[in-house]
Design a protein around this ligand. Structure first.
Ligand code: GDP
Length: 195
């Protein structure tokens, strides 16, 4: 799937801007700085494709990428900025809610979780939104290279326990490192297997 190349298609700020729902779609969500851009770049094999979510102007957009002829990869805005203005946060939450509950071609969301920190309250908010929109989501731990084995096991246990309380959560986790390449092939295979 990813051998076919990936291209940036458009940034969307309102439901009216969404491309037609004519392809299999997957989306990535995560707190700002979780490593979402790095992961998308690693998956697609294109270094500059997804820019860090703090790039000015890109922060509140839902970014669409084409992957091969039949898939969209969707980069949701990073959340959990400490000093984001409330009005902006509310605007993007509204768009996010509309997108998640109104997108029939959306097959799975991947919720990125820093392997050092585990699930935070803002992650739970997104997961609750995915539950209510009945969008199956899968946890992806990022920056696995930055965590010691004993800490990793503790975080994994916390993440598994929290996910088990979410009806839309897919039980299997993926442990990744964009830096070292761990888990990237696994994640590609999961995406390619969604039909
Ligand atoms: P985003 O805000 O979620 O898009 O996060 P970025 O992809 O911009 O990454 C945030 C920071 O974490 C950057 O300094 C990255 O270099 C770093 N980072 C991302 N992924 C990894 C990883 O797998 N391992 C390590 N060690 N650092 C990472």
């Amino acid at each position: 799937l990813f051998a076919g190349g990936a291209e940036f298609l458009k940034g969307v700020v309102a439901m009216s801007g969404l491309p037609p729902a004519d392809r299999i779609e997957i989306c990535f969500a995560g707190r700002s700085n979780v490593g979402k851009s790095s992961l998308i770049n690693a998956l697609t094999g294109r270094k500059g494709l997804a820019r860090a979510s703090n790039t000015p102007g890109r922060t509140q957009e839902i970014n669409f990428f084409t992957v091969g002829p039949e898939h969209y990869l969707v980069d949701l805005p990073g959340y959990g900025y400490a000093n984001a203005p409330l009005a902006k946060v509310e605007k993007w939450q509204r768009l996010l809610k509309q997108y998640l509950s109104g997108r029939p071609s959306l097959r799975r969301a991947f919720v990125l979780i820093d392997a050092r920190h585990g699930i935070k309250p803002v992650d739970e908010e997104i997961m609750a939104l995915l539950d209510s929109a009945a969008v199956t989501f899968q946890g992806v731990l990022t920056k696995a290279d930055k965590v010691k084995a004993q800490d990793r096991d503790r975080v994994l246990a916390q993440v598994r326990e929290k996910l088990s309380t979410h009806p839309a959560a897919f039980p299997e986790l993926v442990l990744t490192s964009s830096e070292k390449g761990d888990g990237i092939e696994t994640l590609r295979a999961i995406i390619a297997g969604l039909v």
